[in-house]
Design a protein around this ligand. Structure first.
Ligand SMILES: [Zn+2]
Length: 256
């Protein structure tokens, strides 16, 4: 199908228009391939890395089996979009398919809802911004940031992997708060757990988490902001069927 639209569509010979005859009057209408090509371009503009560009709920299901409950929640998310800017925070250890899920959501929002979308690996975004400070750089910081702040849907992949300097936190806060104020939808994946699951007790009785949490990485204020902006989905272990969905989203606009 995709190749047909790029090559020659048999219905319209690639012109994008097809002849119809209604009550004896002949005219031309847009061919279906025209809309398909438009959506393909929209998807392409999301800048998904080649490694993930074929990710979909169907391919996810083929790999591991997507549980009905998770599918229902994500389909509902697509259906209810934009739901006052509600996004997703997808948590879980590396290698369980969080990016795959995020791209699947993006794909459906593009093809079913025509949502203007943008994908960024968070570290790549930071690097791009930093490179823009370079005096020979052709692009300015705002040229990179504007689409990030303004796209209807933003997927930020692998939040927390970067070294959490003050600049990184400020940049993330700026992006998040801008999108929050504009009620835009943000989907975030992270390898960090939300709260400490293992705790070690020191000699004096002080209890310390063994592993860093997302809150440790981004700070308490931003973590709370994410709760206001996102439904939390936790992918546990290697089995997608064990995915747990938490009722983490407390919409500031619930009355709408
Ligand atoms: Zn056609």
């Amino acid at each position: 199908m995709e190749h047909e639209t790029r090559g020659r569509c048999p219905a319209c010979s690639g012109t994008g228009w097809k002849a119809v005859e209604i009550e004896g009057i002949r005219s031309v209408v847009r061919c279906d391939c025209f809309q398909q090509a438009r959506l393909d371009r929209l998807f392409l503009r999301a800048n998904i890395p080649p490694r993930y560009e074929s990710c979909s709920f169907e391919s996810f299901h083929q790999v591991k089996g997507l549980s009905g409950a998770v599918k229902t929640v994500l389909m509902k998310f697509v259906e209810e979009y934009p739901l006052a800017g509600c996004g997703l925070l997808i948590l879980g250890p590396p290698g369980v398919g969080k990016t795959h899920l995020a791209v699947s959501v993006l794909r459906d929002l593009v093809y079913k809802r025509e949502v203007e979308s943008l994908f960024y690996d968070f570290r790549d975004l930071l690097k791009k911004i930093q490179n823009s400070y370079n005096s020979v750089s052709q692009t300015s910081e705002m040229e990179i940031l504007n689409p990030v702040l303004e796209n209807q849907l933003l997927v930020l992949d692998d939040l927390g992997a970067e070294r959490p300097t003050e600049w990184v936190r400020d940049t993330f806060a700026y992006i998040l708060n801008s999108r929050y104020n504009r009620k835009l939808t943000t989907v975030i994946t992270t390898n960090f757990d939300d709260r400490a699951t293992e705790v070690r007790t020191l000699g004096d009785g002080t209890r310390l988490p063994v592993k860093e949490t997302l809150e440790d990485r981004i700070g308490g204020r931003l973590r709370s902001r994410l709760d206001e902006m996102c439904k939390v989905i936790r992918v546990e272990g290697n089995d997608y069927r064990n995915m747990v969905i938490q009722a983490g989203y407390q919409s500031q606009n619930r009355s709408n």
